[in-house]
Design a protein around this ligand. Structure first.
Ligand SMILES: [Zn+2]
Length: 345
């Protein structure tokens, strides 16, 4: 068992179901948090405070002012500096708990990098805002038998489901196909209040802690759904779905993980922005790009990205892995054109 500071965690250890053995398991555990926005911030912060030994933070985005009402790991200085969320989160988390190993990964989870980014952890937690990433996580988890926790938050409504591959229903059992674009409410259309994210993130973190300490109570095929505005909490029994299983958790079908499903350009939930994947994955010479973009306007450059306003109201951020985020539009073809024009395909 890994050592931990008994004074620091004395109140947690006093909680009988956790105890010193559970605390030692937390210290030795490795968790990946996929997406570090509203949910991911709460999950990562709660787990690092609880004494998790290793937390990998995977996020593709940079913080904006409109994130601050609910994304508890970021502040105005992070927004001004244009530091990617994964890196900003890691800096804050290291100050919260210097004993935790935090691994920031500034990247979009894709079929190409999923095996690397999700590898070597005991539990995966969903902090994303999109079903494409969730389906990749679900398929990776089912393929490798890794437990994962699904969380969703929109408006005042939250959902949490823990997936134990081979035991419980999986995400595809619950949602056979991801909803088509425009069908489901998003945080753009329906908005979101901060407490929803805090509650859902906290429940997800509790599920992770239970998984790591080996608690079995309350870990079955079920979906927790809450509405903080209406004050309604429901637990929906999914055991009949689990008995049937689906093509992924029973049949070994992994269309998202194998790249047979997915998009190249996608509007980002909660932002007037589109992400454009690199046509050819590979490292970008950020210094050379920064020099080139200076002709169009003020450029922000740091080790992770180069950002410039290339046209009035249109801001492009190019990351070291070649990915770009075009802010100021939700038009995917316009975003692709902007990237082709200023960054090059
Ligand atoms: Zn399934």
């Amino acid at each position: 068992m890994t050592a931990f500071d008994p004074e620091r965690y004395s109140r947690q250890v006093r909680f009988t179901p956790l105890g010193p053995e559970g605390q030692a398991r937390l210290a030795g555990a490795r968790v990946a948090v996929v997406g570090c926005g509203a949910l991911g911030s709460v999950v990562a912060m709660t787990l690092v405070r609880a004494g998790l030994g290793f937390v990998r933070i995977i996020d593709r985005d940079v913080p904006e002012l409109s994130n601050l009402p609910r994304q508890v790991l970021f502040d105005e200085a992070d927004v001004a500096a244009g530091v990617p969320k994964a890196a900003a989160a890691a800096a804050h988390l290291s100050r919260i708990n210097s004993g935790a190993k935090i691994e920031p990964v500034v990247a979009d989870l894709t079929p190409t990098n999923a095996e690397t980014l999700l590898g070597g952890v005991d539990v995966i937690v969903d902090g994303t805002d999109n079903f494409e990433a969730r389906f990749i996580v679900n398929e990776y988890a089912c393929r490798h038998g890794i437990p994962w926790v699904y969380g969703g938050a929109i408006g005042a409504e939250g959902r949490v489901m823990t997936v134990l591959p081979g035991t419980t229903a999986c995400l595809r059992c619950l949602i056979p196909e991801p909803p088509a674009p425009g069908v489901m409410p998003t945080c753009d259309t329906a908005g979101i209040i901060g407490p929803t994210a805090v509650v859902v993130g906290a429940i997800e973190a509790a599920e992770v802690i239970k998984l790591i300490v080996g608690a079995t109570v309350g870990l079955g095929s079920r979906l927790l759904a809450c509405d903080l505005w209406e004050g309604v909490w429901k637990t929906i029994d999914l055991s009949s779905l689990a008995e049937q299983g689906c093509a992924t958790c029973r049949g070994g079908d992994f269309p998202w993980l194998e790249g047979r499903m997915g998009t190249q350009a996608a509007a980002i939930c909660g932002r007037d922005a589109v992400q454009v994947a690199a046509a050819r994955p590979g490292a970008v010479d950020l210094a050379a790009l920064a020099a080139r973009l200076q002709a169009f306007g003020a450029v922000t450059a740091n080790p992770w990205l180069v950002r410039a306003e290339v046209e009035p109201g249109i801001q492009v951020s190019v990351f070291a892995d070649g990915r770009a985020i075009v802010a100021g539009t939700r038009d995917e073809s316009k975003a692709r054109a902007i990237v082709a024009r200023y960054v090059g395909a």
